[in-house]
Design a protein around this ligand. Sequence first.
Ligand code: CP
Ligand code: NVA
Length: 305
Amino acid sequence: MVRHFLDIHRLSAEDLRGILDDAHARKAARKGWPRGRVDADAPATDHVLAMIFEKNSTRTRFSFDAAIRQLGGDSIIANAGDMQLGRGEPVEDTARVLSRMVDAVMIRANSHDDVERFARVATVPVINGLTDRSHPCQILADLQTIEEQRGPIAGKTLAWVGDGNNVCHSFMHAAPKFGFRFNVACPADYHPDLRDLARGGDHVTLTSDPREAVAGADVVITDTWVSMGDGDYEDRLAAFEAYTVDAALMATAASDAVFLHCLPAHRGEEVTDAVIDGPQSLVWDEAENRIHAQKAVLAWCLAGG
Ligand code: CP
Ligand code: NVA
């Protein structure tokens, strides 16, 4: 059975917990090591990961490349625009060809449906490296960051302030799987997709009031107001004006609350300098943990045979 990593709601709670535990273990095991050294178990030895990017990326691109190397494997990276995919070759044909050439494929795509189509045909694992709909790899790194600073995620309250976007969706998928509460505050016109909201069940609450969502929360999270592919920049800036995470909002969270942002950040829009560069911010640990979390995802996918 090919193990795809397409969305958090598609995996069992047990598999997800195993991936997160592996991320913690792999990070701890190589503390102080040079970044190019291969992990002792080298689970990707003789394996090649292909990465396809339809959108820009810094963290996903570098973390997956570092990850596959630290697991003992190799990578091939291409921008979709440089591939025949960019000239209209069908997604399915691309999936058939790459399945004959590499051992796993990570895709960052404009359309979530394209990743699903690719995975339906691929005979090697396919990993969702962000779509318009979700960003599951990011959430594992975020949960790893919270757990290493504040202990087990189960029972914690996380507050999301801003756009009900792809990253928000993946947090909603994760809430029932990991047993945390996820309070979302967003303007009415920019609420999450209701199908993704439903996947969160009674672990997720939705409000338009940031203070209501953040009150007493253990973690406060935001993301850009304008995601890649969003065209309505001016409308969004106006709609999100009251949704900046600033020191006053952070003060309404738990006294030991931490701040997360998947990056890239827009200081002065969704977050102030004082918060993202302040003592509660874990954004650099969060970015580093992309490597450790992505290694655990890759190891899980490759272990499927
Ligand atoms: N957080 C994240 O996915 O960053 P990139 O867009 O740089 O990959
Ligand atoms: N929501 C953002 C996340 C970037 C990592 C976007 O899709 O552009």
